[in-house]
Design a protein around this ligand. Structure first.
Ligand SMILES: NC(=O)c1ccc[n+]([C@@H]2O[C@H](COP(=O)([O-])OP(=O)(O)OC[C@H]3O[C@@H](n4cnc5c(N)ncnc54)[C@H](OP(=O)(O)O)[C@@H]3O)[C@@H](O)[C@H]2O)c1
Length: 241
């Protein structure tokens, strides 16, 4: 049975991806950082559905923990077919006065963690069945965003990483792509200023936030073998500002 590792797979968009892949019959290795209760709830749900899974507490900002994850997936399932680098944080603020430690934390968590994990996962993925990697970038990583400069840099880095990786890995049959969601309802966006929400919704053709299951559907698409490689799929409801 195909096996996927999803970072940050127990809440928000990651939770929707986990549920979608569970419905599609995948075995799941799911990481989280600190929310034990959310991990336990999802574990119960997956058990009821008969989905083989393992919950792994691992901080994306810790290179050693990231490099150890592929071995843990192989030890549990004996195979590793797909990696979804979904875990991420946001930390808004004026870039010119932002403390270096906050910038470093964003880059370590959102970009470097995905890089360490992906590089460690490549040997196992090469042995997988139609292996695929998806990076969870952001619209901010495509168009940049005032007040989210460091976040945008981390997410733009994932796009560049996916572009290179897709070219470097196609000979191994590994499909690599990125997704750039716009405004998706989740705990990450719960605290957005109303003026920011208005700006986003009025600037998008669909005029509504996206939903986590819509992102999960895109991940599912990019995990299927196809002609998409090194691409970034925008899921932004037609945002055009
Ligand atoms: N929501 C949006 O509008 C939006 C738009 C564009 C891109 N994205 C991206 O989509 C991804 C998921 O976002 P979301 O909205 O679902 O956020 P969320 O609801 O805040 O969930 C974030 C998930 O990532 C995990 N996580 C955070 N920091 C981590 C760390 N250092 N190590 C391991 N896991 C960590 C969290 O684990 P715990 O549960 O243990 O805290 C949680 O499972 C992020 O990469 C985000 O940047 C979101």
């Amino acid at each position: 049975m195909k096996t996927a590792l999803i970072t940050g797979g127990t809440r928000g968009i990651g939770l929707a991806i986990s549920r979608r892949l569970s419905q599609e019959g995948w075995q799941l290795a799911l990481t989280y950082r600190s929310d034990e209760a959310a991990a336990r709830r999802l574990s119960d749900e997956l058990s009821q559905q008969g989905t083989a899974h393992v919950m792994l507490r691992a901080d994306t900002a810790d290179p050693q923990q990231m490099r150890a994850l592929p071995r843990q997936v192989l030890d549990r399932f004996g195979r590793f077919d797909a990696l979804v680098n979904n875990a991420g944080i946001v930390d808004d603020g004026a870039f010119l006065t932002m403390e270096p430690s906050r910038i470093a934390r964003l880059l370590k968590t959102n970009l470097f963690g995905a890089m360490h994990l992906t590089l460690a996962a490549l040997p196992a993925l090469r042995q997988g069945h139609h292996p695929a990697i998806v990076m969870m970038s952001s619209l901010g990583g495509v168009i940049g965003k005032e007040g989210q400069v460091a976040y945008a840099a981390s997410k733009g880095g994932l796009i560049g990483f996916a572009q290179w990786l897709g070219a470097a890995c196609h000979a191994d049959g590994i499909q690599v792509n990125a997704i750039a969601p716009g405004f998706i309802g989740s705990s990450m966006t719960d605290d957005l200023r109303p003026s920011m929400v208005d700006h986003i919704l009025q600037g998008s053709a669909l005029g509504r936030p996206g939903e986590a299951p819509e992102v999960a559907a895109a991940v599912s698409f990019l995990l299927q073998p196809g002609y998409v490689q090194s691409s970034t799929l925008r899921l932004d409801g037609g945002f055009n500002r």
